[in-house]
Ligand binder design. Structure first.
Ligand code: GLA
Length: 390
């Protein structure tokens, strides 16, 4: 698929008409630093990418929603009175979940049916938020077709609810927020409990952001993810016995943590909390470093983040750690770390422009030699959040 005209042609092949078709786009995201802090009410620093999901959509009058994909043969036909999760609907559970949330908010009345064809170019299962991208493209398309006035922040929360409650993945707010609210050439400094945020220009002249895909399937990722969340909740409860006012680990300073850490006897829980507290602090330092134009420092903090995710939070694994080591060795790579949930997926690196080709070939060769897997590289630009484009 090369352009919107092709998408609309395919819409015609699937649905037999093109009248009234509108096109919506929602990007994927990369998180530059601040991992596993969002569901702890801490800071994250993600950005929207220029690849994502396109949704060509048109209204129907008979109450039926038909979801189709240019990438997959699976799809779903549903009516709003019968929205249930079905394993065999696969990716189409995301749009169904979003529709379900919209109906919860606005009632069935405005939802008169639609045909939607999706096309995505986010690598699947790579941890670049292809699911949040489908959710936001759907939320925007369905709310516009139903003529509902909903601001982007509402759609962001709605996407997260769909994923938590309908799909059953207990994710935080970061992905949907980045996908919905992203801004070209900027990252978003977001505090995840208050949703206070501001945009930070990513002016890194002479450097490129390179995403590297481990191409390792993320088995067990969801159960491990939920396990980490529970460990953090347990840590928070224990700390609250000393600091009853504390509402989330994201509000625990390093000094406070040092004072109370002895209350946690379990070493695993203690390391999880240590990661969250130090990671949160790294995000703040990273933002200061960027303001001061100190990209080197930013890169160092990225590496510290990876080490903490590897040793304290234990969400990296052999492939991501190998990528990290090989990337860090390349001269011209000033920062590198895993991005997203971990357990496979991608890393993000900051690489001097002239060194990008060398980075790709050296990392590729060494990573392959150690893991037997072929990595993929995406030299990426930071783009806008979800929007209507036609
Ligand atoms: C996944 C989740 C996010 C966040 C990251 C880890 O991407 O969807 O909410 O928790 O993992 O930082």
């Amino acid at each position: 698929m090369n352009n919107i005209i092709e998408l609309i042609q395919l819409f015609k092949e699937k649905f037999g008409y093109t009248d009234g078709v509108r096109v919506f786009f929602a990007p994927g995201r990369v998180n530059l630093i601040g991992e596993h802090t969002d569901y702890n009410g801490g800071y994250v620093f993600p950005a929207a990418l220029t690849f994502g999901t396109w949704a060509a959509a048109a209204s129907r009058e008979d109450g039926v929603y038909r979801f189709r994909s240019a990438n997959f043969d699976t799809g779903a036909d549903v009516v709003v009175s019968e929205l249930v999760y079905r394993e065999e609907d696969d990716w189409a559970n995301y749009p169904k979940g979003v529709l379900n949330e919209l109906v919860k908010r606005a009632g069935q009345e405005p939802f008169k049916g639609a045909d939607i064809l999706y096309y995505g170019n986010i690598p699947n299962g790579a941890g670049l938020s292809s699911s949040a991208s489908i959710e936001l493209a759907t939320g925007l398309a369905l709310s516009k077709l139903a003529e509902l006035e909903m601001d982007m922040l509402e759609l962001v929360k709605l996407g997260q609810n769909a994923e938590n409650q309908f799909v059953g993945v207990n994710c935080g707010i970061m992905d949907q927020f980045a996908v919905g609210m992203g801004k070209e050439d900027h990252a978003i400094a977001l505090k995840c409990d208050t949703l206070d945020y501001h945009y930070v220009p990513i002016k890194i002249d002479g450097y490129k952001i390179v995403i590297t895909n481990t191409n390792k399937r993320r088995g067990l990722a969801d159960s491990k993810y939920n396990e980490r969340r529970e460990e953090c909740e347990e840590g928070l409860k224990l700390i609250q016995s000393q600091l009853p006012e504390l509402e989330s680990l994201g509000d625990l300073s390093i000094e406070q943590w040092e004072r109370v850490k002895r209350v946690i006897k379990n070493d695993v829980i203690s390391r999880r909390v240590e990661h969250v507290v130090t990671e949160d602090d790294r995000v703040l330092s990273a933002m200061k470093a960027l303001e001061a134009n100190d990209l080197k420092k930013f890169g160092e903090l990225m590496k510290e983040s990876h080490v903490s995710l590897r040793d304290l939070y234990e969400v990296t694994g052999f492939e991501l750690d190998t990528l990290f080591e090989e990337a860090a060795k390349v001269e011209g790579c000033i920062g590198t770390r895993m991005t997203g949930a971990g357990f496979g997926g991608c890393s993000v690196s900051i690489v001097r422009e002239e060194a990008v080709e060398e980075f790709k070939s050296v990392v590729s060769e060494n990573y392959h030699a150690k893991t037997g897997l072929q990595p993929e590289f995406y030299v990426c630009d930071l783009g806008d959040g979800a929007k209507e484009i036609l």
